[in-house]
Design a protein around this ligand. Structure first.
Ligand code: R5P
Length: 297
């Protein structure tokens, strides 16, 4: 089956690394925003192949979901038989229940939307909290959830050999435990109560923090308040220093400066979202997962 990968400008380096690792052609999408905010997408002149991989990380998701709808429907009309979405960051996964009566459960709705458009999906550390498997959120036969925790852990261990890994909340336990398994580093998990978008309370686990270098490990830094609050707590408990490692560097608004003001020294992330903190490249893991999904008659 002929295969090409389509990418957009913002994600060009990571998408091209992936295309190169898999050995497929990378085609750049053109995107124009009209004054009224409608979008015009333009494909390269090349013929579309039978199998199209679309690389689109879903930070700032609202426009991107419309782009995916336009692109996938157009591709089907043009005879593309197989559509694979590589979305290293998968948006809307945190709204997995109605936290207040009447709220829409976006995880299921967005997941269902993507499953109607694509045949297969690869993502990294999707925020699956109350469900265990990605297919429960995105009902596709081929829905692959990779974890960057072991690779982030290696990056941490190279830089902070005796770090104490700390997850800021119960959800982070899955990533912190797997990072600790990969490196043998000690770990703990905090408890968190969220009172609003930017208001969180963190309680530390019963561990000796005095004199330790702590690395906070989480899937997402969004407003940065979770990490900032956890950093303040560990420094107040006597830690020698605190750094941060996250899979998805969303860092909305003032997040990075809030984290720095809380005393965080280094910030490391994967390239699931392009950001100055990117320290771990996902192309090798994505390529290993993508290869078998292309090998379908
Ligand atoms: C939630 O459980 C996630 O794992 C993150 O901890 C959360 O999304 C971080 O959000 P913020 O940076 O806005 O505190």
């Amino acid at each position: 089956m002929q295969v090409s990968l389509l990418y957009f400008d913002e994600e060009s380096p990571a998408a091209q690394r992936l295309a190169e690792a898999v050995g497929i052609e990378a085609l750049r999408m053109e995107r124009h925003r009209f004054p009224d905010e409608e979008l015009c997408l333009r494909l390269p002149d090349a013929e579309l192949p039978e199998c199209l991989v679309v690389y689109r990380s879903l930070n700032r998701p609202n426009d991107k979901l419309v782009e995916l709808m336009l692109l996938a429907r157009h591709a089907r009309e043009r005879g593309v038989r197989r559509l694979v979405l590589v979305a290293p960051y998968l948006a809307y996964m945190r709204q997995d229940i109605a936290f207040r009566p009447g709220e829409l459960v976006s995880q299921r709705l967005v997941g269902g939307f993507l499953a109607e458009l694509f045949d297969a999906l690869i993502t990294v550390d999707p925020h699956l909290h109350r469900i265990e498997r990605l297919e429960q959120a995105v009902p596709l036969r081929q829905a692959v959830a990779l974890s960057a925790a072991p690779a982030l852990a290696e990056a941490i261990a190279e830089r902070r050999r005796d770090a104490l890994l700390l997850g800021p909340d119960a959800e982070s336990a899955q990533w912190v435990e797997s990072a600790a398994r990969a490196t043998g580093l000690a770990y703990g998990v905090c408890t968190k109560q969220r009172h609003g978008d930017r208001e969180v309370e963190i309680a530390l686990p019963e561990l000796a923090f005095a004199g330790r270098r702590v690395v906070l490990l989480d899937d997402i830094a969004s407003s940065g308040r979770t990490l900032a609050q956890a950093a303040r707590r560990v420094l107040a408990a006597g830690a020698a220093g605190v750094d941060v490692a996250v899979t998805h560097a969303l860092f909305a608004g003032d997040a990075l400066s809030v984290i720095r003001q809380a005393g965080v020294e280094e910030v490391w992330s994967t390239d699931s979202i392009p950001h100055q903190s990117n320290a771990v490249l996902l192309a090798p893991a994505l390529a290993a997962a993508l290869g078998p999904l292309l090998d379908v008659a």
